[in-house]
Write a protein that binds this ligand. Structure first.
Ligand code: HEC
Ligand code: HEC
Length: 487
């Protein structure tokens, strides 16, 4: 994929239901800044009959007050009286229109964030910029704690990022400056008029304010330490003798796959890394340049040092920008971000390099590199079911294998939602009492694919008979398969 192709690809992450409270395998992250909704007098983010009762009790029997007055004003007439619970009940039980959204002034009376701004800001986080390449903030950053994440992204979490003392290792004092660097360097945002210029966001820009409202809605700390990360040159050179291709393959599918696709086969966000000849043809200007900035050939792309430098020191894609490296070649600027040492260790860079070279050599011999995370044809199918899709294009089949794996076949999902997992549950009970397994699926669109996840050792096989594709954040079923024994 050439750079121009990259910026023309239409890419959309379809939005799921508003997932404002994120939860991860390692625990939940709850919004500290409350979100207020007109009618929701007890502030539990749901309009219910109990909200009407709360207001009636408060008005007439001295019961506890609503969380703030505007939310109790269901008919939005500026007064709280008996007509408000009546209006709410009319909405709940007679199908009358929902109470109007709170005004900005009312939200500020409540001391909360504007849910509409939060929703717009979430889109800003999840979707690429209309004037940039197909990357979104969510491609490289998550809103969950970094530890325990199943997908390793090149950028750190933006959870509690508003309360850090400085950014980009003190290079940038304020948050807006750091965001602008990413929009310019990685997202290749250009201003349509006059074309070709980058126009930084100001703190007063409404899109920036929305993004801040979203990040703030998930904030849990009033103060957080500055990030520590080290951008380093590769530690090794020459053939990656210390690397383990199989380990590199698994790691690739947890990290690089975000852009380069499963098994390095490419995606809308990054080229396939398997066929060097095609890579050369698709980048006629060349990404791998010699010291005179002349494009080099396939041999250069296959140089293990070139691969290591791409991982460690890929730098911004500014016109004419090249990065000299001591090995006798030069890196052209790219939109691929660097991977700092706290993200990938030196040993992991060796594993990845060994894997890319091994996968290419397999392709040259007409084979595929056999990584354990590839669909495992081994194992007998014990139970099977077909997905009933509800949201986000979920379809396909779920199979339980005797090797304690769940295999999804002919599986499709559009990659939407915020925190999405394979979910095991028992259809005799409450689907919410299930448990998440396998990697984070959000942002990984799949089309007619086979996909295998391990069943953790502590899960008893008789504790589930069904599989859901589950938005963990809002406990929403995107589609489920009820499995039955295969004779
Ligand atoms: C292609 C990958 C990529 C994209 C897209 C991207 N970033 Fe970044 N961002 C990085 C990397 C790499 C860093 C440096 C390492 C780090 O700080 O996590 C960074 C750093 C940051 C920092 C500084 C963090 C700190 O405390 O030093 C902020 C803030 C930030 N990005 C916000 C954003 C926002 C908001 C967006 C979307 C508008 C965005 N980024 C898009 C890769 C990306
Ligand atoms: C945010 C998206 C993104 C991520 C994540 C990413 N890459 Fe890339 N990578 C790209 C893009 C895009 C290119 C093509 C360069 C360009 O067009 O600017 C590229 C190019 C490369 C190249 C050079 C190919 C060539 O033709 O010269 C290598 C090697 C590479 N990536 C390896 C990796 C590895 C290994 C990882 C994981 C550690 C990784 N990438 C993660 C986006 C990404």
């Amino acid at each position: 994929m050439s750079r121009s192709h990259l910026s023309s690809v239409v890419f959309s992450l379809v939005m799921g239901p508003l997932c404002v409270a994120l939860s991860t395998g390692s625990g939940s992250v709850h919004a500290q800044v409350p979100i207020f909704v007109r009618g929701d007098a007890d502030g539990n983010q749901d309009r219910q009959i109990t909200d009407a009762i709360l207001v009636l009790n408060w008005l007439f029997t001295g019961g506890r007050p609503p969380v703030c007055l505007p939310v109790a004003d269901s008919n939005a007439d500026g007064l709280v009286n008996i007509s408000d619970p009546v209006a709410l009940l009319g909405h709940l039980f007679l199908g009358n229109p929902a109470p109007a959204p709170l005004s900005a002034a009312e939200i500020s009376v409540c001391g909360g964030v504007d849910p509409e701004a939060v929703a717009r800001g979430m889109k800003e986080f999840e979707q690429p910029d209309p004037n940039g390449n197909p990357f979104a903030c969510a491609t490289c950053h998550s809103m969950s704690p970094d530890e325990g994440a199943d997908l390793l992204r090149p950028g750190h979490t933006l959870l509690n990022s508003l309360t850090r003392p400085n950014y980009k290792g003190t290079a940038t004092a304020n948050f807006v400056g750091a965001v602008n660097v990413c929009r310019n360097d990685w997202m290749a945002v250009v201003d349509p008029a006059p074309p070709g210029n980058f126009k930084p966001w100001l703190e007063t820009d409404s899109r920036f304010k929305d993004l801040v409202a979203f990040i703030k809605s998930l904030q849990t700390e009033d103060q957080s330490p500055a990030l520590q990360f080290e951008i380093v040159a590769p530690a090794q050179s020459g053939p990656p003798t210390q690397g383990e291709a199989a380990a590199g393959c698994k790691l690739f599918n947890r990290s690089c796959r975000i852009c380069h696709g499963l098994d390095a086969k490419g995606s809308e966000l990054g080229p396939s890394l398997l066929d060097v000849t095609t890579l050369c043809q698709e980048n006629p200007g060349g990404l791998c340049l010699n010291a005179n900035c002349e494009p080099m050939t396939a041999a250069c792309l296959d140089n293990p040092d070139y691969i290591r430098y791409r991982i460690r020191l890929s730098g911004p894609n500014h016109p004419g920008q090249v990065y000299n490296v001591p090995q006798g070649f030069t890196l052209a600027g790219t939109v691929m971000p660097f991977w700092s040492r706290d993200k990938l260790s030196d040993g992991e860079v060796e594993d990845l390099t060994a894997y890319i070279l091994a996968a290419r050599s397999a392709v040259r011999q007409g084979m595929e590199f056999d990584c354990n995370t590839q669909p495992n044809p081994d194992g007998k199918v014990l139970r099977r079911g077909k997905f009933t899709g509800l949201l986000h294009g979920v379809k396909g089949n779920a199979e339980e294998l005797d090797t304690r794996k769940i295999r999804l076949t002919e599986f499709s999902y559009d990659g939407g939602g915020i925190s999405v997992k394979v979910w095991l549950y028992n259809r005799g009970g409450n689907i919410r009492n299930g448990r998440a397994i396998g990697p984070e699926l959000k942002g990984l669109p799949m089309s007619n694919t086979t996909f295998v996840v391990d069943i953790p050792a502590e899960v008893a096989l008789d504790s589930f008979d069904s599989v859901s594709i589950w938005c963990v954040s809002v406990r929403q079923d995107f589609g489920h398969a009820e499995m039955t024994p295969v004779p």
